[in-house]
Ligand binder design. Sequence first.
Ligand code: ZN
Length: 111
Amino acid sequence: MSEHVWCHGPHCHTQDTQDRIRGVKGSKVLRTRKVAQNQWNSGDRISMYSYFCSQGCYNDFANTHIERVIAIAPRTEALETPIEVTKEQRTDWSGNSYYQTEINRVDNNGG
Ligand SMILES: [Zn+2]
């Protein structure tokens, strides 16, 4: 009694893999994969792997429906992360000095 959903990849049923073959001789088909719902992809761990059998099927879905996917949360302005940039002088293994750029987040909420 395992719970599952069908993979939402629009082309999942067109991939030539043995595990997708169903039916009897003379009427065989390639069938959409089942995605088992388990402790790794359900509840608090819900993710793309709750609905897609593979990264490829996820990409196919996103590419097919990209306009609607973007409409869920359109980005109309750039986001910014406050940082401080410092250059630290260091010495490499052969004794030559060089500058290492360090990027540190600035905590705006900490006061
Ligand atoms: Zn799939």
